[in-house]
Design a protein around this ligand. Structure first.
Ligand SMILES: [Zn+2]
Length: 393
C-alpha cells in the first residue's frame, strides 16, 4: 500500500473502533456519534452542518471539503445499525474486536467501515487544492426505510447545491453496483364483524378475507417468477412479493373482527410497482369488499404505506461508474437485491449514484458481524486512488 493508503487504513481502523462503541441502533438517538464526528471534522478545519429529525433526537451530518460550488462528489453512508437483541454474539457487539484478520462489531460492515475510511481520508482531501468539492453525507434511520437521508437530500435540493455524483458505501466487497431493486412495503388492516362462530355467516371474518388477499399476493408472485420482467444480473432476476407478518383472531369460537398483515414487493427496474399495487387494490375493491360491506358497510381493507424505497438503475457508462471502477481498480459492475440510499440520491436530486464499499453484505445484520482487514485495506486503496484522480482534475 502507498503511504497515504496506509495512513487512511490506520486512521480508519481507529475511527471504526470508536464509532462502533456508540450504540446507534436505529430507534436510539445518534447525536453522541454525530457530535463525535463533528469534533473530528472541526479538528481538521472541515465545516459541517446537521439536518435534524423532527423529534430532535437524531441528525444527518453534511460536510464539505474544498470549494462551495456545484459539481464534485458526495461520499455517503448511514451510521445507524440494526438491533442485537436475540442474536447470539460471542462478545460485546459495541466493542470492536480484532481476531483472525477480521474486525468484529455491530456496524463494522454495515456500514461504519466505509464511513470510518471516508472520515480517515478527509484530512487528505483537505490538504489538496480541490477544484470541485468532496462532500460527506452521514445519515440516520437507513435501516428502518432510508428515512433520515430524505431530509438531507431535500435540503441539498433546496440549497440548489448540485453535486455531480455520489458514492454510497454500502458493503459490496468493493464492486461498483449500478442498480438495486426498489421496495414498497405496506400494512393491511382488515376490519370484520364479530359474531359467535355458530353464526359465522352473519359476521365478517377478517382473518379469512386477509387470507384471500394474501393468496392473491402469492398468485401475483408466482406470475412474476414465471413470466414477469427479468434482469439476469440480479441474484433473483424477477420482482418478489412477500408477506412477513400476520396477526388476527382471538378464539376459534369467535368470528374475528380484525386481522393485519405486512407485505412488501421488491421490484426489478423493468417492473412498475404502481401496477402491482393497482392490481391488488382492484382485487380488494371488486372481489372482497362488496361481500364484506353487504353485511356491514364499516368492514373492509385499509392499506397503510410503511416504506417506499425507489430502486436504482444507472447507466454503466456514467462518469460515477467509471470513477468507482478506476478507484476500485476493477472493470466489472453488479446489481443487488437489497435497497440503499442510492436510489433516493438519484430519484430525489438527480445525482448519478453508484453503490461501492468495503465488506461483504452477507455479514450485515448477523451476530458476530465483521469486516475483514483485507476489505478495509481495499477500501483504503480506493480512497487513495480517489485522491490521485481528484488531484489531477
Ligand atoms: Zn447499510
Amino acid at each position: 500500500m502507498s503511504a497515504a493508503a496506509e495512513r487512511i487504513f490506520e486512521r480508519g481502523k481507529k475511527l471504526l473502533k470508536e464509532m462502533v462503541a456508540f450504540d446507534t441502533v436505529s430507534h436510539r438517538s445518534n447525536l453522541g456519534l454525530i457530535e463525535y464526528i463533528e469534533d473530528y471534522l472541526n479538528s481538521n478545519q472541515i465545516p459541517s452542518y446537521r439536518v435534524v429529525s423532527e423529534c430532535g433526537e437524531k441528525a444527518n451530518l453534511f460536510a464539505t471539503i474544498g470549494p462551495e460550488k456545484e459539481g464534485g462528489l458526495i461520499l455517503s453512508g448511514h451510521v445507524d445499525v440494526v438491533p442485537v437483541e436475540g442474536q447470539a454474539w460471542t462478545h460485546d457487539p459495541f466493542d470492536l474486536v480484532e481476531r483472525d484478520g477480521k474486525l468484529f462489531g455491530r456496524g463494522s460492515c454495515d456500514m461504519k467501515g466505509f464511513v470510518s475510511l471516508a472520515l480517515a481520508a478527509a484530512p487528505e482531501f483537505k490538504q489538496m487544492d480541490l477544484s470541485r468539492p468532496v462532500h460527506l453525507a452521514i445519515s440516520y434511520d437507513e435501516e428502518v426505510g432510508c428515512l433520515g437521508v430524505r431530509g438531507l437530500i431535500d435540503d441539498l435540493v433546496k440549497k440548489s447545491l448540485r453535486p455531480g455524483m455520489c458514492i454510497v458505501g454500502e458493503p459490496t466487497s468493493m464492486q461498483p453496483v449500478v442498480a438495486h431493486k426498489g421496495k414498497w412495503s405496506y400494512r393491511a388492516v382488515v376490519t370484520g364483524l364479530e359474531r359467535h362462530s355458530s353464526l359465522a355467516p352473519q359476521g365478517v371474518n377478517a382473518v379469512e378475507y386477509a387470507a384471500e388477499a394474501i393468496t392473491f399476493l402469492r398468485k401475483m408472485h408466482r406470475e412474476k417468477i414465471k413470466d414477469g420482467a427479468r434482469d439476469e444480473m440480479f441474484d433473483l432476476p424477477h420482482t418478489t412479493i412477500h408477506v412477513g407478518v400476520v396477526n388476527g383472531g382471538s378464539a376459534v369460537n369467535i368470528v374475528p373482527n380484525q386481522c393485519t398483515f405486512d407485505f412488501e414487493f421488491r421490484y426489478v427496474p423493468a417492473d412498475n410497482p404502481q401496477e402491482i399495487m393497482d392490481r391488488f387494490t382492484a382485487f380488494i375493491k371488486n372481489d372482497l369488499e362488496p361481500e364484506m360491506k353487504a353485511i356491514d358497510p364499516n368492514c373492509g381493507f385499509q392499506l397503510i404505506e410503511r416504506s417506499v424505497i425507489p430502486g436504482l438503475n444507472i447507466d454503466a457508462d456514467e462518469d460515477v461508474v467509471r470513477l468507482a471502477k478506476a478507484c476500485a481498480s476493477r472493470n466489472d459492475h453488479g446489481k443487488v437485491a437489497y435497497g440503499t440510499e442510492a436510489g433516493l440520491f438519484h430519484s430525489m436530486a438527480d445525482i448519478p449514484t453508484v453503490v461501492c464499499g468495503p465488506g461483504d453484505i452477507a455479514q450485515a445484520h448477523r451476530p458476530d458481524e465483521f469486516i475483514s482487514l483485507e476489505q478495509l485495506r481495499k477500501g483504503s486503496e480506493f480512497f487513495d486512488r480517489l485522491l490521485g484522480r481528484l488531484a489531477t482534475q
